[in-house]
Design a protein around this ligand. Structure first.
Ligand SMILES: Cc1cc2nc3c(=O)[nH]c(=O)nc-3n(C[C@H](O)[C@H](O)[C@H](O)COP(=O)(O)OP(=O)(O)OC[C@H]3O[C@@H](n4cnc5c(N)ncnc54)[C@H](O)[C@@H]3O)c2cc1C
Length: 404
C-alpha cells in the first residue's frame, strides 16, 4: 500500500481498472483499493453482454432529453463497445470478445410498437440502422413463441467478463498501477480540495484525487452517493453444454438477447455451448440463499420461454448487485471534491469500462469527456442504507408484467 498517490480508485471492477490503466499510462501514480479481490463485484458476475443502446428505450430518451441529446447519449454506448474492443486488442486480453448483435425482445405488442418508433427515430435523428422483426418472423432469431417481435442491432458484443476484468488488472499493473486487494476503504478524510486521506483496512494513503467506482456496492463511506444508488440483485443460471441442434434452435445467430419486461430476462450462448440465462427474478438483494431462490425462478422462466429445455441441467447459479438510479441513467461527476462514476443500471459492461477511461480526461479538467455530467441526480427518498423498499418496487414490477 503506497503512502501517497496521484489518484486513489475505490473498486477493482471495469470502471476502476479501466481508469487505472489510463491514468498509469499517462504517468500518474495510482492505487486501486478493493475490499475483496479483482472483479469481485458486478464486473466478475455479469452476463457478458456489451450491448448498444441506453438502459431506457431510444424513443423514451428522445421524449426526455430531446433528439440531439438522446443521439449523443446513444452514440456513447456504441463508443463504449469500441472502447472494450480497443482494450482487448491493445492489451491482448483473451476474453472471447465477439460482435454477435443485440436482440431486444418485445414482451408486449405495445413494446414492439415502441421498437418501431425507436427504429424510425434512430434512422431520422442518428442516421443509424436497426432491423425490426415481427412476431411472424421471430423464429429466424429465437426458438420461442413468448415474444411479440424484436429489434436487432448488429453492433452488440459478447465476452467472458472474468477473463476481461483480470486482463484489465494485468494491464493496469503492467503500466505501473498498484492494485490492493482486501483493502476496504473505511473513511475518506478530506485534506483540502480534492486531496484526501483514504483510510483502508490495510493502511492510509494520501491521494491528490479520489475516484469512487463502487457501483451497486456503494456504501456508507460515500453517504451522498449511497443515497443515489439503488442496489438490486441480478441473477444468472447457466445450463450444462447443450447439443448443437438445440443451441441452433434457441438463438440461431448467437445474439445477445434481452427482453422488455419490468423484471427483465437476458440470455446468450456461451462459447462452450451453454445457455446463460439471467434476470432480476425477485427484485431482491443477492446472497447465497437469495441466489438459489432466484435461480429456481429463472429456471422456470427459461422453461416457459424454451419448453424443450425442461430436462436441461443447470450447472451454475450466481447473483450480484446492479446499480440503478432513479432515472436509469449513468451518473458521473464530482461531489465535495470526490469524483465518481456509477449507476449503469444493468448496462455497465461496456459503459463502466468506457467511463473509467473518460473519467481520466474529466478529472484532468476536460468536462466534455463526461456526457452525463448535467443530468440531475436526486437522492432516493427515504434511502439511507439497505434498500428496504425493494420488495415494494419488485411487487409493483411483477403486477405490471402480469397485467401485460
Ligand atoms: C448478475 C449481473 C449480470 C449483469 N449483466 C450485465 C450484462 O450482461 N451487460 C451489462 O452491460 N451489464 C451487466 N451487469 C452490470 C455490470 O456488470 C455493471 O454495471 C458493471 O460491472 C459495473 O462495474 P463497476 O466497475 O462500476 O463496479 P463493480 O464491478 O461492481 O465493482 C465495484 C467494486 O467496488 C468494491 N467496493 C465497494 N465498496 C468498497 C470499499 N468501501 N472499499 C473498497 N472496495 C469497495 C466492491 O467490492 C466491488 O468489487 C450485470 C450485473 C450483474 C450483477
Amino acid at each position: 500500500m503506497p503512502e501517497e498517490v496521484d489518484v486513489a480508485i475505490i473498486g477493482a471492477g471495469f470502471t476502476g481498472l479501466s481508469a487505472a490503466v489510463e491514468f498509469a499510462n499517462q504517468g500518474a501514480s495510482v492505487a486501486v483499493l478493493e475490499r475483496h479481490t479483482v472483479g469481485w463485484g458486478a464486473s466478475g458476475r455479469n452476463g457478458g453482454m456489451a450491448t448498444t443502446g441506453l438502459a431506457i428505450g431510444f424513443n423514451t430518451a428522445v421524449k426526455r432529453y430531446g433528439g440531439t441529446r438522446a443521439v449523443e447519449m446513444f452514440r456513447e454506448y456504441n463508443d463504449a463497445i469500441d472502447t472494450i474492443e480497443k482494450l482487448v486488442h491493445n492489451y491482448g486480453i483473451d476474453c472471447d470478445f465477439q460482435r454477435f448483435g443485440k436482440l431486444s425482445l418485445a414482451f408486449h405488442p405495445s413494446h414492439y410498437e415502441g421498437m418501431l418508433k425507436s427504429q424510425e427515430q434512430l434512422a431520422a435523428l442518428a442516421d443509424y440502422d436497426v432491423t425490426t422483426i415481427p412476431k411472424s418472423e421471430i423464429h429466424s432469431e429465437i426458438g420461442s413463441d413468448f415474444y411479440h417481435g424484436a429489434m436487432l442491432d448488429p453492433l452488440g458484443a459478447g465476452l467472458h467478463v472474468g477473463k476481461f476484468v483480470h486482463g484489465l488488472a494485468g494491464a493496469a499493473v503492467a503500466a505501473g498501477a498498484v492494485v490492493c486487494e482486501n483493502a476496504a476503504v473505511t473513511e475518506l478524510h478530506k485534506v483540502s480540495g480534492t486531496v484526501h486521506d483514504v483510510h483502508t483496512t490495510r493502511g492510509v494513503v494520501r491521494a491528490k484525487q479520489v475516484l469512487v467506482a463502487t457501483s451497486g456496492y456503494t456504501g456508507a463511506v460515500t453517504p451522498w452517493l449511497q443515497r443515489r444508488v439503488i442496489p438490486v440483485g441480478s441473477f444468472i443460471i447457466v445450463t450444462e453444454p447443450l447439443p448443437d441442434e438445440v443451441i441452433d434452435r434457441i438463438l440461431p445467430n448467437r445474439r445477445q438477447a434481452s427482453d422488455s419486461k419490468m423484471l427483465t430476462y437476458y440470455f446468450r450462448i456461451t462459447p462452450d455451448n451453454r445457455l446463460l440465462f439471467g434476470g432480476r427474478a425477485r427484485f431482491a438483494l443477492s446472497s447465497p440463499d437469495s441466489d438459489v431462490k432466484s435461480g429456481k425462478i429463472l429456471r422456470q422462466a427459461m422453461i416457459e420461454l424454451f419448453p424443450y429445455l425442461s430436462n436441461a441441467k443447470v450447472d451454475y447459479t450466481w447473483g450480484g448487485l446492479v446499480d440503478l438510479s432513479m432515472d436509469q441513467m449513468v451518473h458521473a461527476g464530482v461531489h465535495d471534491g470526490v469524483f465518481y462514476s456509477l449507476c449503469y443500471s444493468g448496462h455497465g459492461v461496456q459503459m463502466a469500462a468506457h467511463m473509467g477511461k473518460k473519467m481520466v480526461a474529466y478529472m484532468g479538467g476536460d468536462t466534455t469527456a463526461n456526457v452525463w455530467e448535467d443530468l440531475k441526480n436526486p437522492a432516493v427518498p427515504g434511502h439511507f442504507g439497505p434498500p428496504w423498499f425493494l420488495p415494494i418496487i419488485g411487487g409493483a414490477a411483477k403486477i405490471i408484467d402480469r397485467i401485460k
